[in-house]
Design a protein around this ligand. Structure first.
Ligand code: GLY
Ligand code: MN
Ligand code: MN
Length: 465
């Protein structure tokens, strides 16, 4: 399996999507807008994932229009020698037809003029709802001229439908090309974590000051060294108590010898994300309480991994994690049996919540929190109601998604201990998460991210190197 995605793959995806649009359906899929960072300076451009999935095209200011008969029209930036001096090469509409296997292509500036004609006599307009600011209003704007031509016999579409419904289902199960890219991204990210761990221990051994940004620099170096375009999300490099801040960034805090360091970072390679968290002792040696808490999180991850296989529900790895963490919190004395009862009580009352307040995973793909329903589509009508034991809020539950081979999800249990009455001081300020990326298989799952170890002895050994 090479990493080169054949252009025919995008045409196949478009054909599969077109076949689901219904008679006289039409779909509009814009790419992402460019965003100004500050005066004359843009954020690094990132295409829209739906658009990329159907075209493989990464230029900004583009839009795909697809009709039910499989006819694909691209609107994109025209060739412009002067602009290309500033912004770089543009494919242009003339070359786009052959290069992307499309039927027609026009300059993006022609979109408003051509869209009404393309929408004429169509039954249903599909576009991704609530993902592109202003798109619904633009569709309204394009439908206006169609309605105005009604007296000449033009039919105006009577229905609008959310294209995410179709595309999310397609994207949820990854094909072999996507999995190859995701494995590649995962391997690069795993090496980056190893590199950051080793630099941390080395600098401390040499008596040098270590800051969170030194470790962030190692991650970035390894990502770019191996051709990844960017981090898939803002890297978290959190020393000591900072690890208890779930969305902490890689900042400038000093890393002390006795600290744990939590790094949550993964690269994006050719549009696909990886998402790894490791927690390690800054100087390469876990203390007793650090090791006890780490072993508990690792055991909970092992239970979640064992629960991740085709046929299981998406919630099963989370439930397995919670069962192990709850028992461990009682055993380590972070929860008081006299106050919270036994493990079933801890789970039922969500008494673990102050220490574990996030879910155990999410879909992973082009987006780090990838698209795809977490409810099993065929069972969406089976609603049950319960009251949340902590907030008292009424919650509607629907049967969770059944895992199928080729789905990719993260498995990322953690524990975050803030000082509180009754919580043993030895555990205060420890934040631990272990996160791997799993491909669902028939009888288990493949962990793509184990190029960086999770076993504490292995982490200590590699930090001694
Ligand atoms: N890094 C984002 C997440 O773990 O969900
Ligand atoms: Mn994650
Ligand atoms: Mn993560």
């Amino acid at each position: 399996m090479t990493l080169n995605v054949p252009p025919s793959l995008y045409a196949e995806r478009r054909a599969r999507l077109a076949a689901q649009l219904g008679p006289d359906g039409i779909a509009i899929i814009p790419t992402a807008p460019e965003h100004l960072r500050n005066r004359d300076s843009d954020f690094l451009y990132r295409h829209d994932s739906y658009f990329y999935y159907l075209t493989g095209f990464t230029e900004p200011n583009a839009c795909l229009v697809l009709t039910a008969d499989g006819h694909g029209t691209l609107f994109c930036n025209p060739k412009d020698p002067e602009r290309e001096i500033w912004d770089g090469y543009r494919l242009g509409p003339e070359a786009a037809v052959a290069a992307l296997g499309l039927d027609e292509a026009f300059a993006a500036a022609e979109l408003d003029q051509r869209l009404p004609r393309l929408l004429e006599n169509r039954a249903c307009v599909w576009y991704p709802f609530a993902t592109h600011a202003g798109l619904a209003a633009r569709v309204e704007g394009w439908l206006g001229p169609v309605r105005a031509r009604a007296r000449y016999g033009a039919l105006c579409p009577t229905r609008q439908a959310d294209l995410c419904l179709l595309l999310d289902e397609m994207r949820l199960v990854k094909d072999v090309h996507e999995l190859a890219l995701m494995r590649h991204a995962a391997q690069i990210s795993a090496r980056a974590h190893v590199r950051a761990m080793q630099r941390c221990a080395r600098m401390l051994r040499e008596g040098r000051e270590v800051r969170e940004y030194h470790l962030d620099a190692e991650l970035l170096h390894e990502f770019r060294e191996h051709g990844a375009q960017a981090p898939a999300y803002n890297s978290i490099v959190a020393a000591g108590a900072n690890a208890c801040v779930l969305h902490y960034r890689a900042d400038r805090a000093p890393v002390q010898g006795g600290d744990l360091v939590l790094i949550d970072a993964g690269c994006e390679y050719d549009g696909y994300a990886s998402d790894i968290t490791r927690t390690f002792p800054a100087n390469g040696r876990f203390t007793g309480p650090q090791r006890a808490l780490y072993d508990l999180v690792l055991a909970s991850q092992e239970a979640a991994v064992a629960a991740t296989k085709a046929g299981a529900r998406f919630t099963e790895p989370h439930d397995a994690t919670v069962a192990v963490l709850s028992q461990g919190l009682l055993d380590l004395g972070l929860l008081d049996r006299n106050k919270v009862g036994n493990v079933q009580d801890v789970i039922a009352q969500r008494a673990y919540f102050p220490f574990y307040m996030h879910r155990t995973g999410h879909w992973l793909g082009m987006d780090v929190h990838d698209c795809g329903s977490y409810v099993e589509p065929s069972e969406v009508g089976q609603v049950s109601e319960r009251r949340d034991p902590l907030s008292g809020e009424r919650i509607q539950d629907r049967p969770s998604r059944v895992l199928r081979p080729g789905m990719v999800l993260t498995i990322e249990p953690g524990l975050y201990v803030r000082p509180a009455p009754g919580v043993p001081e030895a555990f205060h300020h420890l934040g631990i998460r272990i996160e791997d990326d799993a491909v669902v298989q028939a009888h288990g799952c493949e962990l793509m991210t184990r190029g960086v170890p999770v076993q504490p002895d292995e982490i200590e050994a590699l930090m001694r190197e």
